[in-house]
Write a protein that binds this ligand. Structure first.
Ligand code: WT7
Length: 661
């Protein structure tokens, strides 16, 4: 970290390096939303009724009859027969409480322009857009797809959908046209909200082109709304069935749209995520359970209070943004900061500048970002007054203790607790993390399961592992934020998440998130990473099968195997081993076409770090590709015994090629 370290710095680093446990500062504990460790026992003794505490954070139009209905496991239902509306909970009730003039969203554009939406303003625009969507024909339960970058119209559109009971399906703007089409087809979605483009590093990027290309792959008619983000910087035309967002909102100026009454179990949104097969999974989240759960975890773990300024730097196109930029923070009536751009534009201090300017109290980001901050150097945060910060958080992948300590010292000034939160698209909200006002922190270990969450690390025989041993992370009781099913695919829901460890005859239902983990003497869980064929690249989940099918779709490719290799910044990087078809030449031309093929099918995030041409893939005698071996080769690890392979000779060959590149 730079070569200008003072002797004090060096001493401090040395002390930090050795320290393995950190207590939350007294000043934090005194004001924390949760500071009594008795909460763990209270939840355990009072389960599942403990979850009323989450439901109590919301306004219900009609009380629920039961906290949990487990009569049809694993299709659990929460807060059954309760009625509520998510947009009313995120907007109307705060305005009714006289908080209409307080900021709901502080938006910072990449070029430095800013917009503030007060709760009253956000409610107005949500109602206007909700009226417009209805006019376009959107009815309750119609799925509306959003394909938008980080602009305020994205949360507006989400909340407008929630208001009229139309589930949204947000597709990350960095995904390709093909990925958009696949998701719209899978969800039978006849409505799309997108934009003309956005800025990246100061350049205007066309997004509508990609959206249009995606639409050409949709097998049914679609009405599209286009936000004009770029104005004169990029002209765009509207085709048939395409409408301008500003025009629609203007036409419905002052409209009032009553929030529709939704059942607790009605779908709030779908979120597609990568799985082991090539087909993305449409994770279904509901109105009552999900909203209760993200509100509760926002309050208990992120310590959010209504008068805070809170910033989660994720993209709303992922679950983190849904839960902890939009729904959780707005349900609690706080100010949520939303940043359009990249952390190093125009300078590497962009995020610290925003924290200083807005007096951000709580900051939530990903380890991959922290690794980048470390590389850029501590001088960037040091230029700014970050003393408004009270709490820091991370999510998305394991954080190594060095990065944790850097974050603790150089961003938190050793005064902010850090919550390392383990969860997934499927869990809706956080599951394993310390409570910042209660627990000791251990860098590198997420912490104990949250109160009421029954996470256990087990062996294949379901016995719990001993401290220090690795096993599979499982969740052995349901929780309100859990996915309810995979869209129109109950069977896959059961086989993906419940089949591994459940025993239906014994009425034993165990959720398997497909992560490996270990546990220590204090019950702290260290998540080791995915145990399925899913990669975690810069905190983004990518299925190896999806990438492989994109690669074999490229002319000249006969076979491909994709694995993850360790990467200093990204955590994992995509390594593609490729066998060419007879008559095609290995080389840069084919390599370029492969990279392009992956970008077209999925998006630039899935771009292979290395494409290694090989005459054969290492296979077992039964013909299975030895992925572990390919991973070890990518990581330059010891390969151990390769004699069980059908073709052991190929290993040296591949190793030499990876080394060359
Ligand atoms: C996978 C879920 C949760 C929102 C962002 C990613 C990994 C997530 C942690 C953490 C270690 C983590 C897991 C998980 N993961 N958080 N704190 N420590 N690993 O959501 O795309 O659904 O990915 O991310 O492997 O299964 P996702």
């Amino acid at each position: 970290m730079g070569d200008s370290e003072s002797p004090e710095d060096v001493q401090l680093e040395a002390r930090l390096e050795e320290q393995e446990a950190f207590e939350p500062p007294e000043s934090f504990v005194e004001q924390a939303n949760v500071s009594d460790e008795a909460i763990y026992d209270e939840f355990a003794e009072n389960w599942p009724d403990c979850w009323e505490r989450a439901a109590d954070l919301l306004d219900w139009e009609e009380e629920y009859d039961a906290v949990l209905d487990d009569s049809n496991e694993p299709f659990y239902e929460w807060f059954t027969d309760g009625k509520l509306n998510a947009s009313a909970n995120c907007l109307d009730r705060h305005v009714a409480d006289g908080r209409g003039d307080e900021a709901a969203i502080e938006w910072v554009g990449e070029l430095g322009e800013t917009r503030t939406y007060t709760y009253a303003e956000l409610l107005d625009e949500v109602e206007e857009f909700a009226a417009a969507l209805r006019d376009l024909g959107v009815e309750e339960d119609d799925v509306v797809t959003m394909y938008m970058p980080m602009i305020p119209e994205l949360p507006v559109a989400m909340l407008a959908c929630a208001r009229i009971g139309a589930p949204h399906s947000v597709v990350f703007a960095g995904f390709s046209a093909d990925a958009l089409a696949t998701r719209m087809n899978s969800a039978d979605s006849e409505y799309l909200v997108t934009c003309d483009g956005y800025y990246r590093r100061g350049d205007a990027l066309d997004h509508k082109d990609k959206a249009d290309e995606g639409l050409s792959g949709v097998d049914h008619g679609v009405d599209t709304v286009v936000v004009d983000r770029l104005g004169d910087d990029l002209d765009h035309d509207l085709g048939d069935g395409q409408h301008d967002y500003d025009d629609l909102v203007a036409e419905h100026e002052g409209a009032s749209v009553d929030p529709v009454t939704r059942d607790a179990e009605d779908m709030l949104f779908l979120m597609y995520t990568s799985g082991t097969t090539g087909e993305p999974k449409g994770v279904k989240h509901t109105t009552g359970g999900y909203l209760s759960y993200v509100s509760w975890t926002s309050q208990a773990v992120l310590d959010i209070e209504a008068d805070d300024t809170y910033w989660c730097s994720a993209d709303i196109g992922w679950i983190t943004g849904h839960s902890y930029i939009v729904y959780g923070p707005l349900a609690l009536g706080t100010t949520s900061v939303m940043y359009e751009g990249t952390p190093d534009y125009p300078e590497k201090d962009r995020l610290w500048e925003i924290i200083e300017e807005y007096g951000v109290d709580i900051f939530y980001t990903a380890p991959t970002a922290i690794r980048a901050f470390m590389k850029w150097g501590k001088e960037y945060p040091a230029e700014h007054d970050l003393s408004s910060l009270r709490l820091l958080g991370t999510v998305g992948e394991p954080i190594n203790p060095r990065a944790w300590k850097w974050y603790y010292k150089h961003i938190g000034n050793e005064e902010c607790p850090i919550v390392d939160t383990w969860w997934q698209t499927e869990t809706g909200g956080m599951m394993v993390t310390t409570l910042p006002g209660v627990n000791t922190m251990k860098p590198g270990s997420a912490g104990p399961p949250l109160p009421g969450v029954d996470a256990k690390v087990i062996h294949p025989n379901k016995a719990e592992v001993d401290p220090g041993q690795a096993g599979h992370l499982t969740v052995q009781k349901p929780w309100p934020g859990m996915l309810r099913t995979l869209y129109k695919n109950d069977e896959r829901f059961v086989s993906e998440y419940w089949a591994e460890y459940s025993d239906a005859d014994e009425d034993e239902w165990i959720y398997f998130p497909e992560d490996g983990a270990k546990i220590d003497d204090d019950g702290y869980i260290t998540v080791l990473g995915r145990v399925d064929d899913v990669l975690n690249v810069s905190g983004h989940r990518l299925g190896t099968m999806e990438i492989e099918s994109a690669i074999v779709g490229v002319e000249g490719v006969a076979e491909a195997a994709v694995v993850g290799g360790d990467h200093e910044m990204k955590g994992e990087a995509v390594y593609a081993y490729v066998i060419t078809e007879d008559g095609y030449e290995e080389g840069d031309d084919l390599r370029d076409r492969i990279v392009e093929g992956v970008e077209d099918a999925i998006g630039p995030i899935a771009r292979p770090e290395q494409v290694v041409f090989t005459p054969e893939l290492p296979k077992t005698r039964s013909g299975k590709i030895m992925r572990r071996l390919l991973e070890d080769i990518a990581n330059d690890d010891d390969l151990g015994d390769t004699s069980t392979l059908r073709n052991p000779d190929v290993v040296d060959d591949i190793q030499a090629k990876v080394g060359d590149d």
